[in-house]
Design a protein around this ligand. Structure first.
Ligand code: SAM
Length: 246
């Protein structure tokens, strides 16, 4: 039997491709890509000439038996999405489940992911966290989803498109408490990377000062999830100043 490798790809900065990801994409028999044209650019950059097959949400059911057959016959396959980790708000989970059922080894590679990258620099309590991904687009469904999260104490990670970000934040401000901390992380790993840190009551006002283009992650504190401000004693501050002088 072959092996299914799950290979994360950069979320904007090609230098975030790992050595192991390049090596794996070179060594497998086939790459199952969400968008083969998009992945071809990555393959060209890293001089990888492995053959690709498209694998996305619209052809999953048709592709699953074909990919399983190849794996059963000993071929190894790397699955990639357009950016970041496969299966995380991206295609992949059905193939993973099918491989597990068929006793085909599944090997995940660590690598870029927008949600965790935003979380670690947010300044909001990183644990526990709930990765939500995309909220429903329709207003009534989105509000219902937010209602269901109202008492969630974990920090929440959402993906959102630039066209809906203000509406979504407004809905959050109305459903959650407006004093909750929120961080809008824009264009992570890219030239215009930016973190806008505020609370739900003021974030939209704050956003009027910023360009709302590109890709966004929203990090929202959980219910009563305020992180205690860092308190330094006078003695610690004096010691730090003293250390600078010495
Ligand atoms: N599989 C990806 C991952 O592991 O993060 C997520 C793919 S999902 C289809 C795309 C969404 O991820 C975007 O709409 C945005 O919310 C977020 N995203 C991806 N790249 C980003 C970046 N460079 N900066 C901010 N958000 C990003």
């Amino acid at each position: 039997k072959g092996t299914l490798y799950l290979v994360p790809t950069p979320i904007g900065n090609l230098e975030d491709m790992t050595f192991r990801a390049v090596k794996t994409l070179k060594n497998v028999d086939l790459i199952a890509a969400e968008d083969t044209r998009n992945t071809q650019k990555l393959l060209n950059h890293f001089e990888i000439d492995t053959k690709q097959i498209s694998f996305h949400e619209h052809n999953t059911q048709q592709r699953l038996p074909q990919l399983l057959e190849k794996l059963q016959s000993g071929q190894s396959i790397a699955q990639v999405s357009d950016a970041g980790m496969p299966s995380i708000s991206d295609p992949g989970k059905e193939l993973v489940a099918a491989c597990i059922s068929a006793d085909i080894p599944v090997v995940p590679l660590p690598g870029p992911n927008a949600g965790l990258t935003a979380l670690i620099a947010s300044g909001i309590e990183p644990q526990p966290f709930l990765f939500y991904g995309f909220l429903p687009r329709k207003k009534s469904e989105q509000r219902q989803a937010l209602q269901n999260l109202k008492n969630e104490t974990a920090t929440m990670i959402f993906y959102e498109s630039p066209f809906r970000i203000e509406d979504t934040l407004q809905n959050m401000a109305q459903v959650f408490e407006s004093k909750r901390q929120v961080v809008v992380a824009r264009e992570l790993t890219k030239k215009f990377e930016e973190f806008i840190r505020s609370d739900l009551g003021s974030i939209n006002e704050e956003l009027t000062q910023h360009v709302l283009k590109g890709e966004f992650v929203l990090i929202v504190a959980g219910a009563d999830g305020e992180m205690a401000p860092v308190q330094l004693s006078d003695a610690q501050i004096i010691a730090a100043i003293q250390a600078e002088i010495d």
